[in-house]
Ligand binder design. Sequence first.
Ligand code: NAP
Length: 280
Amino acid sequence: MTAILIDGKQVAAALRAEVASRVAALTFTPGLAVVLVGDNPASAVYVRSKDRAAAAAGIAARTIRLPADATEAALLATVAGLNADPAVDGILVQLPLPPQIRPQAVIEAIDPAKDVDGFHPVNVGHLHDGRPTLVPCTPLGVMRLLAHAGVSIRGTRALVLGRSAIVGKPMAALLINADATVTVAHSRTRDLAAECRRAEVLVVAAGRAEMVRGDWVSNDSVVIDVGINRLPDGRLVGDCATAECAAHAAAITPVPGGVGPMTIACLLDNTVTAALGRRA
Ligand code: NAP
């Protein structure tokens, strides 16, 4: 068997176009503020992509840059200003933050109604209650890819490999809300390969290059590879050995070009959701 490749670029382009048409129908311009602290090059690239994608969708994006030695108080004051600014519908503070700033203090300072990353405890609570409001962009993108691939989630055995607050935990909550039977695996899981083999839907977010091998994947399963890892030779690979896994799976996401493009598209979608929620 050779798996169908789920084309995240295509699904993300369609979502961005859908967002642009939702924005065009509004009587106001939604606003997105991205806060970047320091000069982490990967974050800077990511923030530029967000700016470009937001502008293309008709969203007014602005980036606020603070120096790497900014204090937590300075960042909290910036967030407070954005919370109070009526033109700002979505606030995203780019992670990771420098060590002098506690990420949780910053996340909790963002107005939950503007929390387009979906990391605020109020939004996390809503998601786990089964009443999602603003949902973290990467797992939201995975759900859209599964829908695009025609995967019927209800009743399926799903395994999420990884339990981070950004990907694994919200991913598990979304799958539970969609009526999957969900296992969450992590670095202390015994016999990980056997756990993975039981899954009909396998979502991998471990941050370990090509860790999931072909014989971890059951025949006819759907494999979503969230991982993005840069190898010493410069190649970008996922957490799954894609060619090996594709020999067993019915469908798989490539890296790059799978989950990655969905994250920014879902951020734009969340910005419009936040704008409509606030201005309704
Ligand atoms: P993270 O915070 O480092 O979490 C990794 C999770 O994987 C942890 O729960 C960890 O278990 C588990 N894990 C690590 N090594 C393992 C092993 N050998 N066996 C079993 N479990 C293991 O990472 P993250 O932020 O969730 O990101 C995961 C990956 O997704 C990274 O490659 C990241 O670059 C990528 N990512 C991509 C996007 C995108 O837009 N496509 C967005 C976000 C993240 P413990 O909890 O026990 O430590």
